[in-house]
Design a protein around this ligand. Sequence first.
Ligand code: PXL
Length: 282
Amino acid sequence: MKKIALINDLSGFGKCSLTAAIPVISVMGIQACPLPTAILTAQTGFPEYFCDDYTDKMDEFTGQWKKMGISFDGIYSGYLAGVKQVEKVLFFLEQFKGKDTLYLADPVMGDGGRPYNFFTPDFLREIKKLTVEADVITPNLTEACLLTGEDYGRLTAHSRWEDYPKRIQEIAEGLMVKAKTKQRVIVTGIVRYQGEQAMVGNLAVSDQESFYLETPYTGKSFSGTGDLFASVICGSLVKGLAMEEALEKAVSFLQEAIAEASRENTPAPHGVHFEYYLSQLM
Ligand code: PXL
């Protein structure tokens, strides 16, 4: 059975990170192997939460798993609870990233034009050490701007312009050429208008091809959608699906899960109702 190491936090509420990644990877018929970066009572978008930082325990996982003689088909890193965790992930990659291991780095730093409250310039500098190593990165538009120094406000002010996706493609290509690998870049959460209809799109770019897939935008963004998206992409690519198929799978899964959470008036920090749609990914 294929295996993916999931380097991410475990949050009791917020349906994100490991509580999103484990079910998705499992239902896709791949073993999910969690390496927790932190354990939280709830994700950081809630007004109050307790966080048990796992920085000092991460090397134990790397060392023990190495002793067990394990190898991984994929490595997916997401939320990191602080700057020092980047070196732990780099050490993990040194130990486990073989030539056939797919590494997906999701540079979790912000959303909706705003960095998350744990973000600092040091964090950005460190996270770039991971994105350059990755075979696939899945920044949302906010994170793509942070990674490239683009001004989010200035960029999105042009969202009604016809060449808006092309401008974002240039940003994605700018990221891709900085990587040490033949990297695929998938930028999520690109909102633009077709007449009065708001659409949300995802752009996937490689050195060979690019795809842009958009669906109607409800105007509401929920916790954990980026983590669910990255999980479907990672699982799909590890299973050998093409980038376009992976993108279509992720978008249709999320579209249903978001619609269901909206119908139930779920508060945004609680996340989407993806559980009902896991069978789509089998
Ligand atoms: O979904 C991203 C994410 C993951 N993990 C934690 C978070 C967030 C976003 O806020 O707080 C703990």
